[in-house]
Design a protein around this ligand. Sequence first.
Ligand SMILES: C[S@@+](CC[C@H](N)C(=O)[O-])C[C@H]1O[C@@H](n2cnc3c(N)ncnc32)[C@H](O)[C@@H]1O
Length: 495
Amino acid sequence: MNFYFEAAGVLDRLEERKTSVKSLLGSLPAQNRKRVTALVLQTLKYKPTLNEIIGTTKLLQLEKRAFPGSARNTAIVLVHDLLFAKGGIQAGDGPLKQAILRHKTRLHAELTKLKVKRGARTNEDLVQLADPRAAKIPRYVRVNALKTSLDDALADLNARGFSQGDTAEGKKFVQDPHVPNLLAFDAARTEMSSDPAYLRGELILQDKASCFPALVLNPPAHADANVIDATAAPGNKTTHLAALMQNRGTLFAFERDKRRFKTLETMLARAGASNVRAQNADFLSVDPHDATYARVSHILLDPSCSGSGIVNRLDYLLDDAAEEQEEERDERLEKLAAFQQSMIAHAMKFPSVSRIVYSTCSVHAAENERVVRAALLASSGAWVLAPRDQVLPTWERRGVQDELGDVGDAANLVRCMPGEDATNGFFVSCFERAPATGQSAIKRKLEADDDLDHKPTAKKRKKKKKKKTNAAGDAKEDGNRGDDDNDEWLGVAEC
Ligand SMILES: C[S@@+](CC[C@H](N)C(=O)[O-])C[C@H]1O[C@@H](n2cnc3c(N)ncnc32)[C@H](O)[C@@H]1O
């Protein structure tokens, strides 16, 4: 029973909003920490549902002696386990357990009623529907071109009672206007995980925004094509890339986590992605100059991130928790951003790579525009952003210029806002090698910064003076020249 009390204690202190969930869980005695953490996180996910069920059953009023006002969270964690844990309540047979079990039938019946009322088929649906942003996200399903054609998939769906409509409602689905082969279903009423076409690998459950990176990378589809997916598991983007490559050439897929690598292998097999060479390895330890990768022309980088864009994450439930959390978050973001930058810098070292897509499911500029900015500056002008017309041109929400600063045009970046774009929060950027001739705006900017940053030596002073004289001369020749240069400096990327 102890760990139930500990979990309830964590929930109590969270409600006081004096500290963050992370530090609370970190301070628990080591022996129970894992178990209590899992229980707290699960309970938080289901808390709105549990509160409603406990309210309608009047459990606390009926069991006042077992659960006085101060023990509300103890009742919540116990009801959580009764309704949602595999083995039910994990405790002896004390009075608190008995108090809950007296209402077992009623509690289960209320859960069933609530599911019907909210149109939820599974417990997970209940969590989804409790988050107002999630209610706006349809269930997206990508037709896997490696296993079936769009026409055949549509015919199969029609034969099973689905039909195309203007909105994803009930048995009606919509063809997505931005992503070919993507269908949107009614999230509350479509249970896809047991769908036969899904089990055959013909349909892949993938959020719309998560389909953007492979589309933007636009990998080649010929026998000599060499592409890398640097951070592959669970493999949604890998199988999407393989489909766009029509299983031709070679797609090297890296995943450093052993357990996630197994999932990747399962996904690849199910999707029939036969051109993938999956390796359980750290991308950062792959030698860019190894002959195996000499012809790699495209790299997809979808590294670990805060996941703050994912609707249903705990971050959302704890959004308004203590201030300390903000500080902790900033620290975490800084660390993530440093890692993300190192991944981009590493990708840029592959000698034949001409195009790199970097994406996150984060809404924080620290992991998005600011990482892109740092990567562009670190490349000293060798890389620029691919132009908007190659980066989902019809998608309206673009990057944040103030965060990207003067190193590129934020219109070349893609953002998705949870709750507003019918997707999870997402960010996509695409780097391409700067043209060999001419100087990129970033390079010019860096040189200028360098000139400003360092005390001019006699040689530099002389050079600067000469530059100034030339500029003055040029300006005389062409009245607007000086202003144009300024525009280029500020407005930026050569794309
Ligand atoms: C955001 S997930 C990738 C999701 C995947 N692209 C998809 O669409 O299914 C990031 C993955 O990268 C892996 N990862 C993180 N750093 C890595 C590294 N240095 N090398 C290889 N894999 C890495 C993580 O273990 C995690 O599985």
